[in-house]
Structures are given as C-alpha cells and as structure tokens.
Design a protein around this ligand. Structure first.
Ligand code: AMP
Ligand code: ZN
Length: 459
C-alpha cells in the first residue's frame, strides 16, 4: 500500500506518517468557541479533520480523536485584551454564559452530524478542566517562564529560544519594530496564562487560583487537556490556518516550557473558506450556517461534496453556483450508486489508486475524479458498487443508505396523467396540454421519459 504522506506545518514538508505507538493514533483538534453558531467556514476545517480521521482508519489505525469545547477564556482580541467572547455572548442574548455554552455546543454537534463528520472519541470542556490548567500554569511558573502584571499571569516568550518556530515568526523584528501598546506585557508576543477578574466585578465564570480569582487564558486549555487525554507528545494536532501564528504557537510554547516537547509529531492546518475576497469570520461579513444552506433548499451533504472539490491546503471560495454544481454532481453520483444495485467484490486496482490519492496528503479532488472514472468504467455493476462503497468510507456521502425519494402522488393526479397519455396517443394535443395545466395547478409536474411519463411534486 502507498505510504501515508501528510504535510506537516512544523517542518513545512510532506512526511511519511508513522504512529508514535504501534497502530494507535492520537489526534487533538481545536474545537469551537461556543458563544455563537459555527459558520460553514469553521465547518470546512472540521470536514478536513474528518477526512484525516477517515484516512487514518482506512490505513488500519486505531484513532483516538480529542476535541475541546472552548467555553471560557477566548477574548475578543488575540492580544489578551478585550472581552471574553462567552460573557459578551451572554450579554448579547440575555442568557447566562453557561446556558449559551451548552446551547451552542449542542448546535455544533448537530451541524457535525448533518455533515456526516464522525463524532470525536473524547469531548473536553475547558470549564471542566480548571484544576488541570492551574497545575500546568504552576508547572510553567516553576520552570521560570512566567511573570505577573496587574491583570494576570503571563508567559515570558523571550525565555524560549525557538518561540514562534511553527509560524516562522520574526520575533526579534517584532520586538524591535513594535509600536503597539503592549500594556504591562514585556514583549508583544507574551500571552496570558491566567487573567484576574476585573477588580470589584464578579464574572459569571471565575475560579480561585494560587494567583487570585480569575479565569484561564485561551491557549492553556489545549495544552492541559491534550496532555491529560493524549500525553505530552502525541501524533497529530490540527486546526485552521489562523491558529498557526498565535494559538498553536502558544500551545507549543506552554508544553515546551512544561514538558520539553513540541506537543505533537505532526501539525496540520486547514485553509480558509472565503466569500469572495473576504474571509468568513464569526465577527464580520456574511454569516452562513449549515441551517442557512438547508433553508435555501440545500442538502448539507452537498456542502460536504463541495468541500471535497478543493484540497484542504488551498483556499476555497464559496459561491452559490459552486453549491449548485455540487448538488448536481452529488445527485448524479447518488442515482448512479443506487442503480448499480447490490455490491459484489471491490476492484483492487481502483482501490489501490484511490488509496494512493488519499495517502498523497489527502488529495480528495483527485480521489473524486477516480469516482467518475470508476462509474464510467466497464467493470461489472456489483464490482463498481462495492468499490464505490469502499471509497465512501472517506467521502462520507452516505451512498449505501441513499434511496430515491418515494413520492406519493394522489390517485386523482395519476388518473389525470393517464388521461393525458390517452389524449396524446389519440393526438388530441390541446386536451393533453389542458390536462397538464390541471396537473401543474395541483402542484405536480410531469416529466416525459422514454419509459413513459413520471410525475412528482413541483419543487
Ligand atoms: P473558532 O470557533 O472561532 O475558535 O474557530 C473554530 C475553527 O474554525 C478553528 O479551527 C478555526 O481555525 C477555523 N476557522 C475559522 N474561520 C474559518 C474559515 N473561514 N474557514 C475555515 N476554517 C475557519
Ligand atoms: Zn487549541
């Protein structure tokens, strides 16, 4: 079998993936900040991670995937200023920060299911792991990497010689050229590990700590929880490309300070979904959700198929024309799969070639091209069907379960259709047209096919 090659952002290279522990693979995927719904851009990143998990499984590995839920500590600005997104979301909706966290967590899980994203093996909430985060901050403090300001405990990035390596940050340039007000921080790249509750103010989410009442910084949750569930050095860590310069850079710094590892053997990042030239973000621009697509009449799996058309390391521009194209292609694929009937044995040649594309850093656009080639091939139908279902382990389009919709058409409409057929045979075309108009007025449409007329409810 072709070896699995994955692009590692840390080394900026394609590397052969070999698990650290036999055939067990540990993956940590940074999860949502649950102060609002996820948009389809966020979900593109989770779809990429789903492909990765499915590819690892296809290669015979046992995967343990951990996903966190950020329900505290993510501030509106990455430079540790601004408000906590959760508390701000609470103000916006008039509900408690705890309520909105559980509401948007459930909404997010619903979106994942609608896109056929496999459920992570472990979900971890930041607010349920405060002692672990405090322990890790203490560890970083004992190693001498922290300092205190009036508003919190900060990580001193100047103490780590290779700070910023993941993002190839020019730390010296940043320090020399800085004109931004860094407040009491010593260096612009320093970041909060623990923030104090503002004096005289009671936050909805706050905890006691050795340093004072407050809440953890955003980055520490991922270092602490990944260590708890996967150990201090595990196989793959993923997220969107925006995490490279700050969030993942800081996760690495914390883990390096405490455990001396760079956290994960592979670092993988999904590129952004864009709307025209604008990036799609929760705080600006048009906010498209899975529910928005459904409201516009789209099957969520058409969005999944749309994302398969681009490599995960290429930006993808969202357009409604693109979605329409995905709808057409997906329905062609579904009908073709259905008409192939019962599966037989897979075709080893196609399976090899498909695996080759998937193992080439998840080259799904090429893998999808093979799907069409398979359908056009002259292999027996049961072979094509079995091979297609094998491919669907990765594609996740639920091809085995799909059936054409059984539409129920009332008897009087069927009678009209028969009458129209009769009129056509007898060349009474004006009558036939009038009957068709009656059928249309009742909300149905007639399609004349070589097998005779087909009637279905109008869209
Ligand atoms: P957040 O809920 O803001 O923490 O983001 C959740 C995930 O979505 C992170 O992995 C981000 O990197 C990713 N993300 C945010 N915006 C986009 C986008 N427009 N396209 C793809 N991924 C995104
Ligand atoms: Zn994270």
């Amino acid at each position: 079998m072709t070896p699995l090659m994955l692009y590692d952002t840390y080394t900026r290279s394609l590397r052969e993936f070999i698990p650290l522990h036999g055939s067990d693979v540990g993956i940590y995927t940074c999860g949502p900040t649950v102060y609002d719904y996820a948009h389809i851009g966020n979900l593109r990143t989770y779809l990429f991670e789903d492909l990765l998990v499915r590819a690892l499984k296809m290669n015979g590995y046992r995967v343990r995937r951990v996903m966190n839920i950020t329900d505290v500590g993510h501030l509106t600005s990455d430079s540790d200023t601004g408000e906590d997104k959760m508390e701000k979301g609470a103000l916006r909706t008039g509900r408690s920060a705890w309520d909105i966290a559980s509401f948007y967590t459930e909404a997010f899980r619903g979106d994942m299911r609608r896109l056929n994203i496999l459920e992570p093996d472990v979900w971890t909430r930041a607010t349920e792991h405060i002692p672990e985060q405090i322990d890790m901050i203490r560890c970083i403090e004992e190693k001498g990497f922290t300092y205190r300001t009036s508003d919190g405990i900060y990580f001193d990035t100047s103490r780590l010689p290779d700070y910023g390596y993941l993002a190839r940050l020019d730390v010296e340039g940043l320090q020399a050229g800085t004109r931004v007000d860094v407040g009491e921080k010593r260096f612009p790249t320093d970041f909060a590990l623990w923030k104090f509750s503002p004096p005289g103010q009671k936050r909805q989410m706050e905890w006691d700590s050795p340093w004072g009442v407050g809440f953890p910084g955003w980055h520490i949750e991922c270092s602490a929880m990944s260590e708890k569930y996967l150990g201090p050095f595990f196989d793959i860590h993923c997220g969107g490309e925006d995490h490279i310069p700050v969030h993942h850079t800081n996760e690495i710094a914390q883990t390096e300070a405490c455990y001396g590892t760079r956290l994960a053997n592979f670092w993988m990042h999904g590129y952004f979904l864009q709307l025209g030239d604008a990036k799609m973000s929760k705080s600006s621009g048009e906010f498209l959700r899975v529910q928005t697509l459904i409201d516009q009449g789209y099957d969520p799996l058409a969005y999944r198929f749309f994302c398969l058309s681009a490599h995960y390391r290429a930006k993808l521009n969202f357009t409604w024309e693109g979605m329409d194209g995905a709808v057409t292609a997906l329905s062609r694929l579904r009908s073709a799969a259905y008409e192939l009937g019962e599966p037989g044995e897979v075709d080893p040649g196609f399976v090899d070639r498909f695996t080759g594309q998937v193992n080439d850093d998840l080259n799904l656009p090429r893998a999808v091209a093979l799907v069409w080639e398979l359908l056009r091939s002259d292999l027996p139908a049961p072979t094509r069907k079995a091979t297609l279902l094998y491919f669907d382990q990765i594609l996740g389009l639920d091809l085995a379960g799909w059936k054409p919709e059984e539409v129920s058409v009332p008897a009087e409409i069927l009678a009209l259709v028969d009458e129209r057929q009769k009129a056509r045979k007898e060349k009474r075309f004006a009558d036939a047209d009038a009957i068709r108009a009656q059928v249309t007025a009742a909300g149905f449409e007639i399609e004349d096919t070589p097998q005779g007329p087909r009637v279905k409810p109008k869209k």
